[in-house]
Every structure is written in C-alpha cells, then in structure tokens.
Design a binder for this molecule. Structure first.
Ligand SMILES: [Zn+2]
Length: 170
C-alpha cells in the first residue's frame, strides 16, 4: 500500500476516493465493469455489479431493464438478490457490493435492507444517485444499519461506458 494520499497519474474530478483503492476493490470494480460491457453488447444500459465475500466472487449481474421491460431490474439489485439466494442468507454484512454507477433510491434501499457491509461504486450519478449525489440513503444518520461506502473508483472508465452508450443512441 502506498502511504501518500496522492493519486499518481489520475486526473479525477475531485470526488474520487481519497486513498488509492485496494487491489481487492480494484478487482471487484473490474468485475463489475466487465458486466457493464456485457450489458452494452446486448443493448442493455451498461451498468454492472458484483458481490464479493472475503475477496472471492459470489455473483455478478448487469442491468436487465430493457430485456425484462422492468425499470427496476438494476444491476446491483439483481446482484444483491442473487447473492442472498446463493448464500442462503438474509443479510450480506460480510460482503462488498461493487457497482459501476452510484446506486439509485431503490437500490440503496435494497442495500440497507440486505445489510450489505460495504459498497464500492464507480461513477457518480448526478441525476439519480442516492449515495452522495441527490441524497445519501446509505449513510443516513437515522438508520440503524450504516454501510461503508467508497465512491469514484475507476470513475472515468465507468462513466465513459455510459456516455458512449447514450451518445451512440442520440
Ligand atoms: Zn438502482
């Protein structure tokens, strides 16, 4: 681990993580990015998610809003649901959820209900993000369960996928 707080060679937008992400967190967000690219390749909005436990992949998912005609089928919601099912549990306190885009109100709510231990996300979403942008559901002082959050990991690449996708469609 580097001990300085400087991020070598990264431009950043000032909202990125203050410390360089750990190798595990980088691997997690890379897995989510891979899912986002898969989504784009089949015409889905390129948002991807992965759930890791002790550094080991549990499940990954991407947005399925187009294919399912379901505006709630967000990558991180699907990942949380599948992780609960696979691990046969009702809480994910020992898991980290990686997602390429800041979660919306729905997904932030699901993260709280499933008691996810940590959330690491890529791009901020100024239009719908509820983990720092429009509001902050995960760190609301009134909630019993509070989630450790790291935002802005691989922010540029996560955002570029979305911009490319919507740019091509306009
Ligand atoms: Zn969502």
């Amino acid at each position: 681990m580097r001990k300085t707080r400087e991020k070598a060679g990264e431009g950043g937008k000032g909202k990125g993580p203050r410390l360089p992400p750990s190798p595990t967190d980088l691997a997690g967000i890379e897995a989510a990015l891979e899912e986002a690219r898969r989504a784009a390749s089949i015409g889905e909005v390129p948002v991807g998610a992965a759930v890791l436990r002790d550094g080991t992949m549990v499940v990954c998912a991407h947005n399925e809003t187009v294919g399912r005609r379901d505006p709630t089928a967000h990558a991180e919601l699907l990942a949380v649901q599948r992780a609960l099912s696979l691990l046969q549990t009702d809480r994910l306190g020992d898991c980290t959820l990686y997602v390429t885009l800041e979660p919306c109100a729905q997904c932030a709510g699901a993260i709280v209900l499933a008691k996810v231990g940590r959330v690491v996300f890529g791009a901020y979403d100024p239009k719908a993000g509820m983990v720092g942008s429009l509001g902050d559901v995960l760190r609301h002082p009134g909630l019993n369960h509070r989630v450790e959050v790291i935002g802005g990991v691989e922010e540029e690449e996560c955002g570029a996928l979305l911009r490319a996708f919507f740019g091509e469609r306009r």
